[in-house]
Write a protein that binds this ligand. Structure first.
Ligand SMILES: [Zn+2]
Length: 376
């Protein structure tokens, strides 16, 4: 393997194994030369990736995608782009390149490390995302307001990079995406590391309060014991739950939970769905069980699917999924939502995705594919 790709593997594992940068399957990395780009394949974990986890694509063919006219229908458009992306693969054809491939290709720096760090998203998922970004990073960074992932985001970022480069005389190395995360580009992996270190230190300097304790205690509950009884749709599913000082803080009341009841980013939806169910404690187990069951029914009638996250007042949070492993992923991603929400108070409070943005992700086949692969 050539040394540039070895470096790509090294930097991918470095960021991928740090949960403050990458949770569950999120984040991706790439290396490019003039002709080709090597990018993490969809469904491969950064923490354990080796050279076989990367797909190489022709940059010439990727450029065609940016110039081509696609269908106006979002689902049709995304499947057309997906076909062209597949067509641009040099090898191996059986892996699927990350849905963010074209974004990586836009950045002309040789290495790109894209992550969704908790503290970056504390800024990106806040009401003051753009102004805070300007205050902290000024001319060093490009801020891009939320756009639907896939082709639309690609077009929006392309135009934003073009404008930034035109007015600044250099290409941005730091690109922040609202309600999503950050792209860092550089010609060496050392520089990627130093940009990230500075970026994290700058944000950390703005965080006034320390995060409540995250040590977890396991939960025993009727919700876990009688899961299928809560709703027949949960038959065969697994549930686990935990409580921590952090969950206590958000679960005290319906009002405190309103700061963590919706998704911040597309990845949140992929793992946890977009809406999180809150249940008051009740007088006893029987009452809790009845109220939870009733609320699940109302939730499913409203959204068309069952909740994956249930928060019970004075107890803790439960993750529900097809296997224990994926239920545990649900809880990790949801805990991250709590952390982000807590930190957003330094930047004007939480700003969730809106209903239209959520609907786009819910309908997106690409994300469904990732979810499936993530479980296997
Ligand atoms: Zn991303």
């Amino acid at each position: 393997m050539n040394t540039d790709l070895q470096e790509l593997v090294r930097i991918s594992r470095l960021f991928g194994s740090d949960p403050s940068f990458v949770i569950a399957g999120g984040g991706n990395t790439s290396y490019k030369n003039e002709e080709m780009i090597w990018i993490k394949a969809s469904g491969i974990s950064l923490a354990t990736i080796d050279e076989k986890g990367f797909v190489s694509l022709s940059r010439e063919k990727l450029k065609d995608i940016s110039q081509k006219k696609y269908s106006a229908d979002p689902l049709l458009r995304e499947s057309e782009v997906k076909a062209d992306l597949h067509d641009a693969i040099v090898s191996p054809k059986e892996l699927r390149p990350s849905v963010e491939t074209s974004l990586h290709d836009l950045i002309s720096y040789r290495y790109v490390v894209h992550t969704h760090p908790t503290k970056v998203n504390a800024v990106m998922c806040s009401n003051l995302a753009e102004t805070s970004c300007r205050e902290m990073f000024d001319d060093k960074a490009l801020f891009v307001p939320y756009a639907d992932p896939g082709y639309i985001l690609f077009k929006v970022v392309a135009e934003a990079i073009r404008k930034f480069t035109e007015s600044h005389g250099y290409e941005p190395q730091l690109i922040f995406l609202e309600n999503h995360g950050v792209f860092v580009g550089a010609n060496s992996t050392e520089e990627i590391e130093s940009i990230y270190a500075e970026l994290m230190a700058t944000i950390e300097a703005k965080l006034r309060q320390q995060l409540p304790g995250t040590a977890r205690s396991d939960l025993k509950s009727v919700i876990i014991d009688r899961l299928a009884g809560l709703h027949p749709g949960y038959t065969g599913f697994s549930a686990i739950g935990f409580r921590s000082e952090l969950t206590d803080r958000f679960l005290a009341s319906e009002e405190s939970f309103s700061k963590a009841n919706k998704s911040f980013t597309p990845d949140d939806i992929v793992y946890c769905k977009a809406h999180y169910l809150y249940v008051p404690a009740g007088k006893n187990d029987a009452e809790l069980f009845a109220v939870t069951s009733e609320k699940i029914g109302a939730y499913s009638a409203r959204y068309g699917y069952l909740p994956k996250v249930i928060a019970v007042q004075h107890q803790g949070v439960f993750g529900i999924e097809e296997s224990l492993k994926s239920a545990s992923n649900v809880l990790d991603v949801y805990e991250n939502i709590l952390k982000i929400s807590f930190y957003t108070e330094n930047f004007g409070g939480p700003k969730f995705m809106n209903d239209e943005q959520i609907a786009f992700i819910d309908n997106w086949e690409v994300e469904n594919y990732r979810r499936k692969i993530g479980k296997s």
